[in-house]
Structures are given as C-alpha cells and as structure tokens.
Design a protein around this ligand. Structure first.
Ligand SMILES: [Zn+2]
Length: 224
C-alpha cells in the first residue's frame, strides 16, 4: 500500500481520473479545514482542547485518504465544543464535535475518541434508511483502533455472545479481520455506497465471495 500511496502523492493537483482503481480513492489528502475550539462552558479543558485541535488538523487528511470517497465535501470548519457535562463522552453533528468535559477529566488520554468522532465528520452520510447505524459506528472504531491506535491492546470480542451488528469495536474487529483476509478495499467500498445512500450489505459478498453472516462465523471460528 505504501507504493500506491507514494505514487498517488506524486500526482500534482488534479484528482485521479479513474478513482475506482485506487483502494483509497482520494490519496491526495485533503487539508484540514479551519479547526476552532470552544471551551467557554468548561475553561479548564483549554489545554486538552488545543491538543485535540492539533490531532484533528493532523488526522483529517489521513481519515480522508482512508475514507473520503467520491462525493465527499469537506466542511468549511470543524468546531470542537467542550461542554461541562453531556449525556455521552462525545458526539459529532455535521462539522461540530461536542465533547464531555467530565469525560476528558476522567479519561485525559482518550484522544482516540476524537478520531472516532472525526471519522463521523468525514462520513456524514445522507441518512438513508439502508445505512446501518452499527456499520457507521464500526467504521469509526475501525479507523480509531486499527489506524490511529494500532498499538493499543486489541478489544476483546466474545465470538459466541457477539455479532457483527454489535457496533463499535466488535464490528471494527470483524471489519479489520475481513479486510486483511479478503479485500483491503472493503471499508472504502462500504463508505462509498453509504455516501450514495445505497445498501452496503451486498458488497460483502461482491468483494469477499461470502456474505456477512458467513464472514462472522469464520471470524468467530478464528478465536478457537
Ligand atoms: Zn460514533
């Protein structure tokens, strides 16, 4: 993959003419839009917010190169808003990432969560009925755990009690395993179809020769 990325990065300015031949379709990384930090509700988080801003600026081009398929329009601005307390560690809405001050006080090392939310900013799927929420979350955790934090301990997956529709890390672990074993183009292809509002599920069979249920059984069996 390095060779492919290197070759693509040498192409000067205009987009590649045939995007389909690239596993990661926009290797010409997009520069991060303006990133702002609002800590007015929780000024103690200023230093953490600045670190998160740097992370977004650095990682936006990478997440785009992994995931921003055709038709992706980057937001003009990414806003990081740290609130004293919200009902989740963080969420993303359009170009705004809202983060819980309470959470980051308790988990100051959790910058990986910013990468997860940044992935949602890049995803920004149109909200079609055929877009599975568990897959959206699974891809965000795939980018986080298999790209941003590949050295972190692997999340544990219980092959008997779990399923690929469990979302988050379980889905991410299965996507990573399936991609590596069958087709590294799987996640970008899933992203591309959800960006178009299409049903992504047939892609599993098209790209790996096996449907999602069979791929899960095989993944689960790999733990034995
Ligand atoms: Zn999420």
């Amino acid at each position: 993959m390095f060779a492919l990325l290197l070759t693509a990065s040498l192409i000067p300015t205009q987009a590649p003419t045939d995007l389909k031949k690239f596993v990661y379709p926009l290797e010409i990384a997009q520069k991060a839009p303006r990133v702002t930090v609002d800590v007015s509700d929780f000024p103690e988080s200023k230093a953490w917010g600045d670190a998160a801003k740097g992370l977004v600026e650095t990682w936006f081009p990478t997440v785009c190169s992994l995931l921003a398929t055709e038709g992706f329009h980057p937001p003009k601005e990414i806003k990081l808003v740290i609130k004293k307390e919200i009902s989740a560690p963080a969420w993303a809405n359009g170009g705004t990432i809202t983060i819980s001050g309470k959470w980051i006080t308790q988990h100051p090392d959790d910058l990986g969560m910013v990468v997860h939310e940044l992935t949602h900013v890049v995803q920004s799927y149109p909200g079609s009925k055929s877009t599975p929420g568990w897959l959206v979350e699974g891809i965000a955790d795939y980018i986080r755990w298999w790209r941003y934090e590949p050295e972190a301990p692997r999340p544990k997956v219980d092959p008997v009690k779990s399923k690929y529709t469990d979302s988050y890390r379980t889905t991410a672990a299965w996507l990573a395993w399936t991609s590596r074993k069958y087709n590294m183009g799987l996640v970008p292809a899933l992203d591309r179809s959800m960006r178009k509002g299409e049903d992504p599920m047939p892609l599993f069979e098209q790209l790996t020769g096996k449907n999602a249920d069979d791929l899960w059984s095989e993944f689960a069996a790999s733990f034995k």
